[in-house]
Design a protein around this ligand. Structure first.
Ligand code: BG6
Length: 487
């Protein structure tokens, strides 16, 4: 029997994302028939209580038209539950026994897949416990959910503890952004079309913006978020992955080594933002009281219950120091309690070298390519077109979108949760969309220098009213270069 062993099985991620994703795969017949899903967590729940908890979660987080009693019953039948205090080494034998009970006492077969969705401080003890109980066979795969540390040193310590038991080829570090369709579409767009690549460089592109804007606040994750802040929660992982995929050289093949080799080269080429440049190349903010979507919301420190210097907003002006990107700024911004939920990559091309059109209404806008990830997935290319008319006062031109809405263009395919793709890849042993150790460490090196730069400059977050686009300094960061954020 194959087993997916899920640590943190009663947590928020499991209930909102992982179980609904596994259910989605199961209901499409994509899970092996003999796969059981073994949840573990500290809570001393009975198996029935765990099953009831997951059934409730499916009712809450799966789209209504995908909830069918027979699919739910089939999925729930796959579930097992073993309570486990992962910090107690004596409890792992019971887990081993529970896993082997259904396999005639032979011990779990090689099909064991382990998913750690717990606090990273528990990764080391968990792996040690699993190993001592003989649960880390040479076919076992390990998936790790973020955060993978809080800086380079702690991330390296986690990676060392993992590497002592699992080779890199069986280590699957999750960045759920890589499971999003539109993120993968960036590769299809760049490398499946001849159109863009000749212009995809400093000769053709003026600048790039990457925005991940959220309207939510702390969402009850007080301790975690206040320790992390926006740069570690969002930039270190998701945004740098978006940047790497946007900026990387064409890999020779779409496979794990080729793609990840190219991404890591970009991450290592990021120009450090350090003590000398932090004040001019970064802006941090923290939301105060305000209103989002017409609803009043509390200030961050009020939500938290105490004063804090954690940033809930960060904007950066980054550079990739290689031939392709010399002189092209990458502006990144992310924040909580911004006016809208919107994740996008905005590419502004260079203007035409000379305009043949003159007169009012003939001003040419440079082309823009907008890759929208959220809330609606789509791709827009903004081009200049002639306005219909007889042009007595000269030709009038207007910037007009060529718009592709992914749900419309692919109406026959279901939009999936990012974790569906990643969980299936984990089960199939396909690592391309997982993050390699050298990538994570290059990401942390860059982030650590920025945070040290903030400290060296005594920078603390500037307040911005909830429901606005961050502190005014974030606007100045781009306006100084004659660039406007795309809102
Ligand atoms: C998580 C962060 O990794 O990503 C959260 O910890 C954030 O703070 C979330 O809200 C955003 O993910 P998505 O898929 O909603 O953009």
């Amino acid at each position: 029997m194959k087993s997916l062993l899920l640590f943190g099985a009663t947590g928020d991620l499991a209930r909102r994302m992982l179980m609904p994703s596994l259910y989605g795969l199961d209901s499409d017949g994509l899970l092996p028939d003999d796969l059981r899903i073994v949840g573990t967590a500290r809570s001393l729940l009975s198996e029935d209580a765990f099953k009831a908890m997951i059934e409730t979660a499916l009712g809450e987080f799966v789209e209504k038209d995908r909830q069918r009693p027979e699919w739910i019953a089939k999925f729930i039948a796959r579930l097992r539950y073993v309570p486990l205090d992962v910090s107690d080494p004596t409890q792992y034998q019971a887990l081993h026994d529970a896993l082997s009970r259904e396999d005639g006492g032979h011990g779990p077969a090689d099909g064991l897949r382990i998913f750690l969705s717990t606090a990273p401080s528990l990764f080391g003890p968990t792996i040690a416990g699993l190993k001592s109980a003989g649960l880390c066979g040479d076919q076992t795969r390990l998936a790790l959910e973020k955060p993978l540390g809080h800086d380079l040193a702690s991330s390296a310590a986690i990676n060392d503890a993992v590497a002592a038991v699992f080779p890199e080829s069986r280590t699957f570090r999750i960045d759920h952004y890589l499971g999003k369709e539109t993120v993968q579409n960036l590769l299809a767009l760049r490398f499946g079309n001849a159109l863009f690549e000749p212009l995809w460089n400093a000769q053709g592109i003026n600048h790039i913006q990457i925005t991940v804007a959220e309207t939510v606040g702390l969402e009850g994750r007080l301790g975690f978020y206040d320790d992390a802040g926006a740069i570690r929660d969002m930039v270190q992982n998701h945004m740098l992955q978006l940047l790497a995929l946007t900026a990387m050289e064409p890999p020779a093949r779409f496979d794990a080594t080729s793609v990840r080799d190219e991404k890591v080269k970009v991450l290592r080429s990021l120009r450090p933002i350090d003590g000398a440049s932090a004040a001019t190349h970064s802006v941090i903010g923290q939301y105060g009281a305000g209103a989002v979507a017409g609803q009043p919301v509390k200030a961050y420190d009020e939500e938290l219950g105490r004063a804090s210097t954690t940033e809930t907003f960060v904007a950066l002006k980054a550079h990739v120091d290689n031939w392709r990107w010399q002189g092209v700024p990458f502006y990144l911004r992310t924040g909580k309690r911004l006016p809208t939920r919107s994740t996008e990559i905005f590419i502004q091309f260079k203007a035409v070298p000379h305009s043949i059109f003159a007169g009012a209404g003939a001003a040419l806008q440079p082309n823009k390519l907008i890759i929208r990830l959220q809330p609606d997935e789509g791709i827009t290319l903004r081009v200049m077109l002639k306005e219909p008319g007889l042009d007595r006062a000269g030709m009038r031109l207007r910037e007009t979108p060529l718009d592709i809405s992914m749900p419309n263009a692919f109406a026959d395919s279901r939009r999936r949760i990012a974790y569906e793709r990643l969980l299936l890849d984990l089960l199939d042993g396909e690592p391309t969309l997982f993050v390699r150790r050298d990538e994570v460490e290059a990401q942390w090196s860059w982030i650590d220098a920025i945070r040290a730069g903030w400290k060296a400059n005594g920078m603390t977050p500037k307040s911005y009213p909830a429901g606005t686009w961050g502190p005014s300094a974030a606007i100045a960061l781009t306006e100084r270069d004659g660039v406007t954020w795309h809102d």
